[in-house]
Each structure stands twice: as structure tokens, then as C-alpha cells.
Write a protein that binds this ligand. Structure first.
Ligand SMILES: Cc1cc2nc3c(=O)[nH]c(=O)nc-3n(C[C@H](O)[C@H](O)[C@H](O)COP(=O)(O)OP(=O)(O)OC[C@H]3O[C@@H](n4cnc5c(N)ncnc54)[C@H](O)[C@@H]3O)c2cc1C
Length: 508
């Protein structure tokens, strides 16, 4: 065996699914050194998580690839539900009145098969000068006070990597979670199902076809996958026994359950049989090792929550990790589990409830599934004594169309774009001096932004003279008045940024 070649990186990310790729993109744009390894030799080629929720779209906008995602995918089609007698009803998956608003630019989920989502993410990562190392598997690690020594293997050799932090974004069967002996309590849901990407004849692509004959156990769902010529086939199957996933086998299953002999599967590009469970890791961190995404939570696919929650885990963690690597207090990293674990716990409840409804033939995705109301109101990262307007510390910072003082149209999300904090002043009396890592933007007469249609005032409900501090992941850290702004900010930001108070305000 070849002798290990050591090299150092700040972060080793194990697993290049949606969570690992999100973290990699965020670290790349922050100039953090990392290595992203993936045990599979090739990118994942299945449709699995096909629903991108509006909150994730906002994150993808900030990371610079939302329009590429939208161009590759498309909206969810209406749901066509067939009865045993062959008649059917058609309905929308979301409420009929879901439209983009000034505060929420993405209203409905986007459909994009997971392999296409990950391809767009890899393209973005490549633009930032990085790529996943395919065919490389994490096989072991030890940690000490300063870092993690990880063993990886692949391409016929073993290597040792010394990293300051290790992040396991390695999916539901997470090697990292097991190695850390983190408990993964929860329940088996007693449902086994197939998911397969197929080319077929006999169904049109204008609807998500759902055949519900007699019992939940005989359902078949066949959804045209936007941006492809494939359909995603989903069906519960018996808990035990071999399943024939060949074109002929799937054609026979569809025929037996729908009574239709005209639906013919011509080819199968990917398929899987899986057992549903709902589990949540007891901890997301042990020392210098973290888990994120499915490594930390697994649940049924109902409601299209998993990939989205995984992306948002990574997005919550990325800025904190970068900040600590640059010198911010390590305690900042504890807020990752504190903020994200309750979100996953609620998501598990939601997807399990939706699974129960699906068994009754109800397929509805309401506002909760769109993840726009997720937030961290109780977080220790919220500025103490922050005042509440229409929004409060811990809430998602809304978007708002406005104008630049130059007359051009812009939006708050354009202002927030990039790996920064934003300090937004609404008709302020004074402007604080520059702070490294914080973009200061003011709104009002003679200021940088003009709230010409009142969307900022409407969304935030703040008073003239107030300031809103927005975190790099788009959540409000605090709202406060101009009085004592600089010392207050300084006291707060010293916990978040790699700055000493004396450096914080230029000239102060
Ligand atoms: C049928 C179905 C439908 C779904 N629909 C949706 C949906 O509509 N919307 C949604 O949000 N979610 C959906 N999901 C869930 C979604 O697919 C997952 O939540 C998502 O893939 C999690 O991303 P992740 O990056 O955490 O993990 P994964 O995508 O599982 O990625 C983990 C990666 O780590 C790699 N890895 C593992 N061990 C190692 C190791 N030791 N070394 C190196 N690499 C390793 C794996 O090969 C893998 O590529 C669905 C799931 C299923 C099964």
C-alpha cells in the first residue's frame, strides 16, 4: 500500500449530496480552504428529492444559481387522482392563490430532479474553482483539540488528511454519525416503497398521475419530471420480498394496480427500494466534527422537505464555520445545532403527518411546507433587547423591491447577496462608520436606497431611525434604534466576527 500523503485543509466535507455541495459553495465563495469528497465514483443519477421549496430558492439566489435551477426545471403540474372506476379529479398541489409577492419572490415549489439540482450546484462550485473528489471515501478519523485526522481511500490508495474541522454530509446512513456514536432515535414507519425514473408510454406529461385503488398499499404515483423526458414512479410495496424493477416488472406492477394495460415502461434509468423512517440525531456536533443534512435527520419524502432542510442546515453552518476559521469565538458553532435541530424535529412531524394524509388519499402542500416561516426567534444569536417591528429578531429577512439612488430598480435580496452581514438603516439620522464584513445600506431621502413603493416599510414595519441587522444566511439578528448603535453593535459582533472591538469601527 502506498504511504499516506498528508496535506492540510481547513474543512473536510464528506459527502457531495445537496448538503455537502451547499456547504462547499458557501465556503468557496468565502475563500475558505476545504476538500469535498464523495465515495461514489460518479455523480448520483436519481430523481429522489424533486421539490425545491421557496425558501431554498432564496438561498440559491444568494449563492448565485437560482435562475439556472429554474431554467433546468419547471413548476409542479396539477395532480390527477384516479378512482377505481377510472374517473378522475384534478387539483393543484398548492393553494390556488399562491403568487409571488414583494416580500416573497418565490411562491410555489420548483420541480427539478435531484440529479439535475446537484449538477447545477456542481457547475456553480466549478465556477468558484472547486469540484467534488469522486471515488474517495472517508474510512476513519480521530480528533484532538486542534483538528481532525481523517483517513480516506479510493482510486487504489489510502491517504491521511489533517483538517481543522470535519463535516459529515454523508446521508442517512452517515459513517460520521456512526463513528461519533451519536444516537439516532425515531421510529420505523412501516412503509416500504419503490422510486424509479422511467420512460413510459400511455400517460401525458401535463399532470402528476395518482392511482389510488382500494387501499393505500396499492397506490401508484407517476410524475413527469420537469426538464427531462422521464417520469418518477413511486409506489408502496410489501415490507419483505424481491421487487422486479425491470421495465417489464414495473409495467406489470402498474397494470395490476391501475387496471390499465396501455401504460408501458420502456426504460428505467434509476431505481431504488427504501423503507421509510423518521429519525433525528441526538447531537449535531462532537468537538470538531459536525453532521448536516440526512446524516442528522431522516424522514418520509412526503412534503418535499429533506433536500431543502439539508441545504438549509449547510447554509446555517457555512457562515459560522467561516467566521470561526477566521478567528471568531468557537462558541458560535454551538448555535448551529441549537438553531437547526428544532427545525428538523418539526420537519419530521410535518413529513410524517403528510405521509399519514397521503395514505388517506389527501395530497396537499400548504404554506408550512414552503419553509418561508422557519426562523430562530429563540436563538442565542439574536441581539439582546432587540425591538420587534412587523418582523422580529430570528425571523427570515423579507425581500422588498426598491430603487437605488441612481434610479435603477433593485431589491433587498440583491443588496443582501454575497457572504456578508447587512446593516440596513431606515431613514437614519447618522450613518455608522464602516465595519469589516458588514455591508451598511441606508434607505430614505438622500440615502442609497429609495423605498419608492413603500415595500420595505410594509415588510419590516420599522420606524424612521431604526436599524435592522441581517445575518449572512438571511435571518434578522436584531432591530434597534440609532441610540448607542455603535457600542451595541460592537458588543454583539465581537461574538460573530473575527474582529477585536478596537478594530471594528474605522476611526473609533
Ligand atoms: C423518493 C424520495 C423522494 C424525495 N423527495 C424529496 C423532495 O421532493 N424534496 C426534498 O427536499 N427531499 C426529498 N427527498 C429527500 C432527499 O433526497 C434527501 O433529503 C437529500 O438527498 C439529503 O441530502 P444530503 O446531502 O444530506 O444526503 P445525500 O443526498 O444522501 O448525500 C450523501 C452523500 O454522501 C456520500 N457518502 C456517504 N458516505 C460517505 C463516505 N464514507 N465517504 C464519502 N462520501 C460518502 C453518499 O454517497 C452521498 O452521495 C426524497 C427522498 C426520496 C427517497
Amino acid at each position: 500500500m502506498e504511504l499516506p500523503v498528508s496535506f492540510d485543509t481547513d474543512v473536510l466535507i464528506s459527502g457531495a449530496g445537496a448538503a455537502g455541495l451547499t456547504l462547499a459553495i458557501d465556503l468557496a465563495r468565502r475563500g475558505v480552504s476545504f476538500q469535498l469528497i464523495e465515495q461514489n465514483a460518479q455523480p448520483f443519477n436519481g430523481s429522489r428529492g424533486k421539490g425545491i421549496q421557496p425558501r431554498t430558492m432564496e438561498i440559491f439566489e444568494n449563492l448565485g444559481f437560482v435562475d439556472r435551477m429554474a431554467a433546468a426545471g419547471g413548476p409542479y403540474p396539477p395532480l390527477c387522482q384516479y378512482r377505481p372506476d377510472g374517473t378522475h379529479t384534478t387539483s393543484l398541489l398548492t393553494e390556488a392563490d399562491v403568487f409571488p409577492t414583494a416580500a416573497e419572490p418565490y411562491a410555489a415549489p420548483l420541480m427539478l430532479p435531484q440529479f439535475a439540482t446537484e449538477a447545477v450546484m456542481r457547475e456553480r462550485l466549478a465556477e468558484l474553482g472547486h469540484h467534488p473528489h469522486f471515488g474517495i471515501r472517508l474510512t476513519g478519523f480521530e480528533q484532538d483539540a486542534n483538528g481532525v485526522t481523517a483517513r480516506i481511500e479510493g482510486k487504489g490508495r489510502e491517504q491521511v488528511i489533517r483538517a481543522r474541522f470535519l463535516v459529515g454530509t454523508d446521508g442517512g446512513r452517515s459513517f460520521v454519525r456512526h463513528a461519533l456514536a451519536i444516537d439516532f432515535p425515531g421510529e420505523a414507519l412501516g412503509v416500504r416503497a419503490i422510486v424509479a425514473d422511467v420512460r413510459l408510454e400511455g400517460l401525458d406529461r401535463s399532470a402528476w398521475h395518482r392511482f389510488q385503488l382500494d387501499t393505500p398499499a396499492t397506490q401508484v404515483m407517476i410524475c413527469p419530471l420537469a426538464g427531462t423526458d422521464l417520469f418518477q414512479l413511486q409506489a408502496p410495496v410489501a415490507m419483505e420480498g424481491e421487487i422486479d424493477l425491470s421495465p417489464a416488472g414495473l409495467t406489470a406492477l402498474i397494470g395490476a394496480r391501475t387496471g390499465r394495460g396501455d401504460i408501458i415502461v420502456r426504460s428505467v434509468s434509476w431505481s431504488s427500494v427504501y423503507v421509510m423512517s423518521a429519525r433525528l440525531a441526538d447531537r449535531y456536533r462532537v468537538g470538531r466534527v459536525f453532521i448536516a443534512g440526512d446524516a442528522a435527520h431522516v424522514h418520509p419524502p412526503t412534503g418535499a422537505q429533506g433536500l431543502n432542510t439539508s441545504v438549509q442546515d449547510a447554509y446555517n453552518f457555512g457562515w459560522k464555520l467561516a467566521s470561526v476559521l477566521a478567528g471568531a469565538p468557537e462558541a458560535l458553532l454551538d448555535s448551529y445545532e441549537a438553531e437547526r435541530r428544532p427545525v428538523a424535529s418539526n420537519m419530521l412531524r410535518l413529513s410524517t403527518r403528510l405521509l399519514g394524509e397521503a395514505k388517506q388519499g389527501i395530497m396537499r402542500r400548504d404554506r408550512e411546507a414552503r419553509q418561508l416561516d422557519l426562523g430562530y426567534r429563540g436563538s442565542s444569536l439574536n441581539v439582546p433587547g432587540s425591538v420587534g417591528g412587523k418582523v422580529q429578531a430570528g425571523d427570515r429577512a423579507p425581500d422588498a423591491p426598491c430603487r437605488g439612488q441612481g434610479g435603477q430598480r433593485t431589491r433587498l435580496f440583491t443588496v443582501f447577496k454575497g457572504p456578508y452581514w447587512t446593516l440596513l438603516g431606515y431613514q437614519p439620522r447618522d450613518r455608522p462608520s464602516a465595519i469589516a464584513g458588514i455591508r451598511i445600506v441606508t434607505v430614505g431621502a438622500g440615502q442609497e436606497l429609495v423605498d419608492d413603493n413603500g415595500h420595505i416599510a410594509e415588510a419590516y414595519g420599522i420606524d424612521p431611525g431604526q436599524w435592522v441587522l441581517v445575518r449572512p444566511d438571511g435571518y434578522i439578528a436584531g432591530i434597534f434604534s440609532s441610540d448607542g448603535l455603535e457600542p451595541r453593535l460592537s458588543q454583539y459582533l465581537v461574538q460573530m466576527l473575527p474582529l477585536r472591538p478596537v478594530d471594528m469601527f474605522e476611526g473609533s
